[in-house]
Design a protein around this ligand. Structure first.
Ligand code: PEP
Ligand code: MG
Length: 332
């Protein structure tokens, strides 16, 4: 008896249509998985770990290393990631390595002395550029060890990783090498993705595809960088400059999908755009994206929308096929 919600499984079915495009969910707060785990998503397409660091760890990782307390960082990170991976096993959890800006890192306890003052933190020392820097590399290794702990000691092999703010192939190669030195190697059941959020990746996704299994489009940063419009600038936002539906942004997204697919890499998206704009979801499905990751409150609506778009695309294709067959007069 579904007395609590007063809805039967038959009535629920339309909320859970099967789609060819995977529907993923974005998550930052590990405890929130308890609330959302039964939603119809195929995995976590973006697990941000910044929340775990600011709220659970609270200290700057280099400060902890200096104090000989780096296990605190590894253990808390592993605990948060494992919580999510366990709750939705065997669905995958794509964990993104941290992508704080220097001004945000400085806010962590003990963080001031490790962080340079930057004029433009948004395009400064963030993403992979930190992991491969001799000063920060030891902290990146802690993140890798946390992933390794979850996958190997806790057996949660549904945990994959994703590199944020990738700018060049050489930095990606170096970061992958550090990961390998820690004993984590890209493989059949350990997928490694790169976020596509700097226009260099849109231009050369086929080259970047040599290093990763897939891409996830960070439409927030990609929009900012393609349009040259600071994502936190209210004046520009009010004037309508920051718009993921801008034709230049859509052209960038299309390039990523085509170039990645030409080399067999998958493409997902984890920025805000598909959680907010149904027309972007339609654009993405028509462009052949493999998965779409949205906020928890957009999972059901996105799944239904994708199902209806896929149905429309399929009918269009079948119509074309039937036209051809009819011309052959095969007597259907
Ligand atoms: C993005 O840029 O679209 C993204 C998902 O990353 P963040 O918002 O954390 O920069
Ligand atoms: Mg981003």
């Amino acid at each position: 008896e579904a007395a609590g919600v007063g809805i039967s499984p038959e009535q629920l079915l339309p909320l859970y249509p099967v789609t060819a495009t995977k529907i993923y969910m974005n998550l930052g707060e590990p405890d929130a998985i308890e609330k959302y785990k039964d939603l119809p998503f195929d995995g976590i397409g973006l697990m941000r770990i910044e929340f775990i660091i600011t709220d659970w760890v609270q200290y700057h990782p280099l400060y902890l290393i200096e104090q000989g307390r780096e296990n605190l960082f590894i253990d808390k990170l592993a605990e948060g990631i494992a919580k999510v991976a366990q709750a939705i096993y065997p669905r995958p959890v794509v964990v993104r390595f941290s992508d704080f800006k220097t001004n945000e890192y400085r806010g962590l306890k003990g963080g001031e002395k490790y962080e340079p003052e930057e004029r433009n933190p948004m395009i400064g020392w963030r993403g992979v550029s930190r992991y491969i820097h001799p000063k920060y590399e030891p902290a990146f290794r802690l993140e890798v060890r946390a992933i390794k702990k979850v996958r190997e000691e806790m057996g949660l092999t549904n945990v994959w990783v994703m590199f944020p703010f990738v700018r060049t192939t050489w930095e990606l190669e170096r970061a992958l090498k550090i990961m390998e030195e820690e004993g984590l190697k890209r493989g059949k059941d350990f997928k490694v993705w790169a976020m596509a959020e700097v226009p260099s990746i849109a231009l050369l996704a086929d080259k970047f595809a040599e290093y990763v299994d897939g891409f996830s489009i960070g439409s927030n940063d990609l929009t900012q960088l393609i349009l040259g419009a600071d994502r936190d600038n209210n004046v520009l936002a009010e004037m309508g400059y920051f718009d993921e539906r801008d034709p230049a942004v859509l052209a960038g997204i299309k390039m990523i999908i085509e170039k990645a697919h030409s080399k067999g890499a998958t493409v997902s998206i984890c920025g805000q755009a598909p959680s907010v704009y149904p027309e972007i979801v339609e654009f993405l499905v028509e462009a052949g994206i493999d998965s779409i990751s949205v906020n928890p409150d957009a999972v059901i609506a996105t799944r239904r929308l994708v199902a209806s778009i896929e149905r429309k695309i399929m009918l269009k294709r079948l119509n074309k096929i039937m036209d051809k067959l009819n011309k052959l007069e095969l007597g259907f």
